[in-house]
Structures are given as C-alpha cells and as structure tokens.
Design a protein around this ligand. Sequence first.
Ligand SMILES: *Cc1c(COP(=O)(O)O)cnc(C)c1O
Length: 465
Amino acid sequence: MTAHAPAEADTRNVQWQQRSIAHVWHPCTQMQRLREVPPLAIARGRGPWLEDHAGRRYFDAISSWWVNLFGHADARINAALKAQLDELEHVMLAGCTHMPAVQLAERLAGRTGGVLDHAFFASDGASAVEIALKMSFHSWRNQGRGAKQEFVCLRGGYHGETIGALAVTDVQLFRDAYDPLLMRAHLVMSPDARQAAPGETGADVARRAAAELAALLEARHEHIAALILEPLVQCAAGMLTYDPLYLREARALCDRYQVHLIADEIAVGCGRTGSFFAFEQAALPGEVQPPWPDLLCLSKGITGGYLPLSLVLVRDEIYRSFLDDQTARAFLHSHSYTGNPLACRAALAVLDRFDEEPVFERNRAAAAALSEALRPLDDDPRVQAQRQLGMIWAFDVRESLAGPRFAERFHLAGREHELLVRPIGHTVYLMPPYVLDEVQAGWLAERTLATLEAVLPRKDGRHAA
Ligand SMILES: *Cc1c(COP(=O)(O)O)cnc(C)c1O
C-alpha cells in the first residue's frame, strides 16, 4: 500500500466520487441521492476487505452483491487468470470451442450426477433466465406443444432486470414502472417460512404453497411451459428462507403435469446455502441424487466474483428436442461473449477449490461462530424473524421502528463501522465471502450489532455497553 497524507488521500476519494457522479450512471440507485450517499471509491481489495484511496477499509459483508466467494485478489484465481491470459483471452463459441468451456461444462454436469449434462453459456444472470424461459417454450414447441407459452413464478421471486426476467419477478420496486411492457406470468404463493401461523412449521407452509401450485397446474397445465423458482432462499425479496420439502413437491407436480422446473441458482448456487447446488438439499436422507430440476441457472459466484459468466444446465431430453435437420428448430440464442475463456478459467479455479479444500467444513465452522456471536439479537425487541442458511444471515427490523430510509441509514452507519452492508428494505442481511474465519465472524457480528445500535439506539441517547 502506498502511503499518502490522509488529507491528500481523502481528496482523491472525493475526486473519484465526483467524477463518478458526473459520468457513471450507477445501477439500482436514485442518482439524485448520490450527493448525500456518494459511492465508496474503492482502490483495492484483499480477502474479505475493500480499501478506499485513503486506506480506510470496509469488510465486504455482502460479497459485492453476492458474487464473491473466496475473497478479493485470491491468489489461486489470480494465477489461473494470468495463465489463461497468455493462452487465449477470447474466441467465439459458435463454430469454435476451447478447453475452459468444455471442462467447465463437464465438471458442472458431474456435479449433477450427469443429469444436467448440457451447458448453455451466457454472460449474466438475467440472460441465463431469458435463455431458460426461451428454451423451455421452444422445447415444448419443437415437441408439438406450442400452446405451452405461460410461466409460473413465486411471490417475492426475483430473476433479474431484463424484460423477460422481470416478467417472472415479483419485487414491486423493480417491476412496477415497466409493468405495461411485461408478459403476464402466474404468481403463486411463496413457501416463505415467515408465514407460518402459530403452531405451523416451515414444512406446513411449504405444503400450503404446494397445494396452491397444484391447483394452478391442474387448471392450466396445457398452457404452462415452466415453473421458475429460487431454491431455498428468495434472496432479493429479503433472504426469505423456506423448507426444502417445497422443492420436492414442486418437482413432483411438474412431473405430473408435464411442466419444466427451472431452478434459478444464480444467487444460491456455488455453495452459498451449504451444498454446492441448493437443490441438493431437496434429497431425502440416503437418497443419492436429489430430484433435479430440468433447467438450472448459475451465475454470480461461479467465477468467484471475478468476471461475468452465466450458464444454464439442461437435461438431455430438452437438449434432444432441438436436434433436427431444420436450423429454425435449433436454439439460436447467442451473446457475443458467450463462454468467454477467461471467465470459464476463473470458474474452473473456483471448482478446484471446492474439489481440493474443505470449503463446506470451514464455512460450517465460521457460520457457527457468526451465529453464536449474533445471539444478542435473539431477545432484541427491535428485530424479528432471524434466519440463517449456509453463509446467509438475515433479520427484519420492526417496521414500526425502522423509520425513513432505513436501508440507506444502515448502509452509511455501516461505513462508519468498517462494513459494506446494504439492507433490503428493513431486512438486514450478511452474506460474507467464504474466507471468513472464526475471529472475523465474531468481529463482523459485533460491528453489525454496533451499526444497528447507531441507527436505532435501544434507549434514547444511550448506547448499549
Ligand atoms: C442476481 C440474480 C439474478 C440476475 O443476475 P444478474 O447477473 O444481476 O443479471 C437472477 N436471479 C437471481 C436469483 C439473482 O439473485
């Protein structure tokens, strides 16, 4: 790190912030608020830390929008990328192929026991969702079932921001402005476990939600191509967790009514929920393979947070429905950077770490430490609905207490406590990279609690010890 006088370095932060405000249109941001909430000017990253131009550090408690797995500037991924740079930076994937794409497709198929044995590549999550929707419809059409044109999605589901993905998304804030442009989709009850009535379990909620899905499929299956869902955690809706029973029920209903099941594992895949694919947790004890979906979308963590890459993993039956002498029956979808070798090579380095290191064991230890250190929230009257799965933690601040712009105030207070956090509405969540150790877990919990105290002091004018 180069040493700069703090004043001079702060000036550099401010300069980059101002130039950014002038020319960079930031995503998911009301630009008019940016003078009050200037973007952090990040100069470098190491492990779970981000650092600004004045050397102030911020713990990346949300893995840079859920993409980072093994920290910033990870030595193994860096080395793989540097080696790939000297071999092949990019080549088109129509009419050409390359080792990183082939190996990645093979290794991911292997992780589904060979069930999802074809990989279609794209560059970001939303385009993977577009591909899955188009592929499902087109596959039915190729099988003489062109009437299957409708999609089913869950309340609170999120699948990306492009027009097709938004049509199967149920997050009002992102969707409402574009509603007139969107294709109509069927919305069914979410299995969100927070909806449990007194005496009801998460599994009971899952059964109720599945019953609603069954009724819709019974009535409309001739017209329905696919059900799309986020397995186990509806992340963008506020880290809403649900019982894996729902995945089994959904799989059985999709089989019964000949509807494709699309698992959007863009956020929950790559180990985030405690298994490589969240869907693995739908397996019963002793079952070798879970009841896999028909299409599975992967992005975010697959490159360790390095480069944009997404994939749709597909069953052989669907793949075969496109094989024909006619070009028009093929899946002609493409993106310029489809299967970029650098991105694939980063993904292979990520898979190497899962193959060679005890990633899940380490995460379980870190998760236990973080959950333990968050125990003071158990009897905290300011919060409710604490939930945790794998490397995801969330709690809701009571709406009556949260006050205006809660998420923004919490984010700004987080900065003062060396945290990068971005609550969703009044849901505070942590989704740290997998390099979190037990000491950092304790520190992260302590800073999260201190940030909550700064935003919502327990008693007026008094801070907890
Ligand atoms: C982030 C996300 C997407 C969209 O991915 P982008 O790369 O942001 O387009 C889709 N589905 C889920 C579940 C996501 O979390």
